[in-house]
Ligand binder design. Structure first.
Ligand SMILES: NC(=O)c1ccc[n+]([C@@H]2O[C@H](COP(=O)([O-])OP(=O)(O)OC[C@H]3O[C@@H](n4cnc5c(N)ncnc54)[C@H](OP(=O)(O)O)[C@@H]3O)[C@@H](O)[C@H]2O)c1
Length: 295
């Protein structure tokens, strides 16, 4: 593997990007969804493991953590783990969160918040994270469905009001199509787009190109295929062997190679997986390498 990483902060080898023009982060970040539970239906994980993973991520140079109040299983709540692990927060840490889903009758976040309910959800995040403002808040649109089809104007305008009130520094949108992004942009600046995307799930390549053109962060969720659309790792094995890397590192390095605005947030509750994933920051793939990985 090409090793250009600084030894103590290897995430920095992924390069930097300024979200919204002023929140400077290492491009390889961390997703907190897997801390409370490893699977969508599984048991809660040990909160002390989550705390250890968060602290190690920051030690390794991660300074972009993606979370949400609805990342919880039982009493284990991702936002609270972030606060317990990392307060006092490092000055350069950017915590992104998302609002939109509301808990249904069984507690799972299947309903959509109304514009009027968004302030309460933002306040939940402020309280759980122990901060007086949120760095980046996405409006998370839709359920487990593909992007598109529902208006975002009223909800994004409600978040823009909270931003104007000083509760939020930058706004993003998640699980959107190009029309919904344009709708949001007509109301307030959109600093980041967070959609499902990985080396073989590139349906949003057009949206990524628009983000690259406009300098908008593109944050791929399920970057390791952790969702419904797994990665065919057999297509990554040769490249991994050539660089002495793992297939997960190749999957992340391919994302980093795709665009300077790409900010992967691989999720894990496992320290060894975290270290492996951060190792991808120094893996440089050629365009020919990346072309051979697609499904
Ligand atoms: N905006 C949205 O709607 C949305 C939706 C989903 C997720 N997200 C965000 O995106 C982040 C990333 O998505 P994700 O965490 O669901 O999926 P992911 O990063 O694609 O994959 C995570 C899964 O892969 C495993 N894993 C991680 N590193 C590994 C490694 N090196 N080797 C083998 N297995 C590994 C994890 O298990 P272990 O924990 O056991 O390592 C977990 O099962 C989330 O954490 C969350 O912050 C956003």
């Amino acid at each position: 593997m090409t090793n250009t990483a600084s030894s103590s902060q290897p995430a920095a080898a992924s390069g930097t990007f300024a979200i919204g023009g002023d929140l400077l982060v290492a491009r390889l970040g961390f997703g907190a969804m897997r801390l409370p539970t490893g699977t969508f239906t599984g048991p809660a994980r040990d909160p002390e493991d989550g705390i250890a993973v968060l602290r190690r991520a920051v030690e390794l140079g991660v300074n972009h953590i993606d979370t949400a109040s609805f990342y919880r299983r039982g009493a284990v709540v991702a936002n609270e783990l972030v606060r317990r692990a990392l307060v006092p927060y490092p000055d350069d840490l950017v915590i992104a969160t998302k609002v939109g889903p509301m808990p249904g009758p069984d507690g799972t976040p299947t309903l959509q918040a109304t514009p009027g309910q968004l302030r309460g959800l933002v306040e939940d995040n402020l309280r759980e994270l122990g901060v007086d403002h949120l760095d980046l808040v996405y409006l998370r649109v839709g359920g487990r469905t593909a992007p598109g089809g529902e208006p975002v104007t009223e909800r994004f305008a409600a978040l823009a009001k909270l931003r104007a009130d000083g509760l939020i520094r930058h706004l993003g949108v998640s699980n959107v199509d190009a029309a919904q992004l344009a709708e949001a942009r007509a109301i307030a600046p959109v600093a980041a787009v967070q959609n499902a995307f990985h080396v073989q799930a590139t349906a949003d390549a057009g949206l990524l190109a628009e983000c690259t053109r406009s300098g908008t962060a593109f944050v791929p969720f399920f970057p390791l295929g952790g969702g419904l659309d797994p990665i065919d790792t057999s297509r990554l094995e040769q490249t991994a062997a050539r660089y002495g890397a793992t297939v997960q590192q190749v999957a992340l390095a391919a994302l980093l190679a795709a665009s300077p605005v790409m900010l992967p947030i691989p999720g894990t509750g496992n320290l060894a997986h975290l270290e492996e994933n951060i190792g991808a920051a120094s893996l440089r793939l050629t365009p020919e390498d990346v072309d051979g990985l697609a499904g």
